[in-house]
Write a protein of this length. Structure first.
Length: 395
């Protein structure tokens, strides 16, 4: 079965991560995504290490399933190519700083004149409006400004970024949601619209209960390591040979947990009789539980918790995750073949459908691999025109 977005054509003007992550999702869902890159250089991420043969593993991981054309958008002929492609597009995605596409003559205001049904999605650091809108932004900067780093890490003296570039990733995901919503709205109205997504907005929106806790209590949240600010015990615990995570999410589980670890006397301890009390007495609770859990091996505890219905799990490294039978059973590791890098694996698609299938159609494209297919096949250029554009450095 074709993917759910099989009839959607996406013109991807974005680069590096936030925009490309969004268009990767769209490609996985069946859209035809044509990625526009700089002639001779391509997306900056093509140079990011590590390399697999001549190709960047980073680039390949987030540009699968797309087609690549090379266009110098600063040249008049290059601009004309983009304008012509926009006429054929359902969606345009870009992540330039606000004002750049206007200077190029490729802003939403321009493109909507030639294609009123166009969905124009912009993913930027701070959005199209506000006092910071024209500032450059990177994931690290946004993680810091959003408050995420202030609640991540072991203590307030060591604010810590999340291990992946989640400001970029969340921006890509929210941009994708915006595009899908705008496509649905277009079915009713017949009109396209602009989707404006800011990395800072996205990160602020996923602070979860940190904002709620501050607004309710006036206490500024800080980092608490692997503890949970509202549930206990809900953390990583030391065992005799490592660490495991245990999530006792309610009072019923607390009763089962105490019985499972042979500490029934804790059930009558006034400090721990409710979740609220356990949070108030978290320091003593953690000392008590770690003392008990240190007496047995991680796997022994995990086997026991599996039998007794206590949510628990290992702390796996990446190599271990790749061998996880659940990851394998859900097709979350997909092997692809790249024309120059050869075989390589990428994360699979986390959305499963019962009818319309989502699939990774192909590996990432070579730079300009689809120039002829798109410019001749779609726009109707001749081979001679293509050669002239190449000679002039337009493509």
């Amino acid at each position: 079965m074709p993917g759910p977005l099989a009839d959607v054509f996406v013109l991807d003007l974005s680069r590096v991560l936030a925009g490309p992550f969004c268009t990767m999702i769209l490609a996985d869902l069946g859209a035809e995504v044509v990625k526009v890159e700089r002639p001779g250089v391509g997306d900056d991420s093509r140079a990011f290490s590590p390399m697999k043969g001549p190709e960047s593993a980073y680039f390949m991981s987030i540009n699968r399933g797309k087609k690549s054309i090379t266009v110098n958008m600063k040249s008049p002929k290059g601009k004309d190519i983009i304008l012509n492609l926009a006429k054929h597009s359902d969606v345009v995605v870009e992540n330039f700083k606000p004002g750049v596409t206007k200077r190029l003559g490729l802003s939403y205001e321009t493109l909507r004149q030639i294609n009123p049904r166009l969905i124009y999605a912009s993913s930027t650091g701070y959005g199209q409006t506000g006092p910071l809108s024209e500032k450059a932004a990177y994931d690290l900067i946004i993680q810091g400004m959003s408050g995420m780093m202030s609640i991540t890490g072991q203590d307030e003296n060591h604010p810590t970024k999340v291990g992946s570039s989640i400001a970029d990733i969340f921006s890509g995901v929210f941009t994708c949601i915006g595009i899908l919503s705008a496509l649905r709205a277009r079915e009713r109205t017949g009109e396209g619209q602009m989707v404006d997504v800011a990395m800072l907005d996205c990160m602020f929106s996923v602070l979860e209960n940190a904002v709620a806790r501050y607004m309710a209590s006036g206490v500024v949240p800080g980092p608490i390591g692997n503890l949970h600010p509202s549930i206990a015990p809900f953390s990583s615990f030391n065992t005799s040979d490592g660490q495991i995570n245990i999530a006792v999410g309610n009072d019923s589980l607390w009763i089962k947990f105490c019985k499972a670890i042979g500490r029934e006397e804790l059930l009558s301890d006034e400090r721990y009789r409710s979740n609220d009390l356990r949070i108030r007495n978290l320091d003593s609770l953690m000392i008590t539980l770690n003392g008990s859990l240190m007496k047995r091996r991680s796997q022994d505890w995990l086997n026991l918790f599996e039998e007794t219905g206590i949510p628990a799990g290992k702390v796996d490294n990446i190599a271990e995750v790749l061998k996880n039978p659940q990851i394998i059973a859900r097709n979350m590791l997909v092997n692809l073949v790249h024309p120059t890098a050869g075989e390589h694996a990428v994360p699979g698609i986390p959305i499963k459908f019962s009818s319309t299938d989502a699939s990774i159609k192909r590996s990432s494209p070579l730079l300009g691999e689809h120039n002829k297919e798109i410019l001749v096949g779609l726009l109707g250029m001749s081979d001679n025109e293509l050669s002239e554009l190449e000679a002039e450095g337009v493509i």
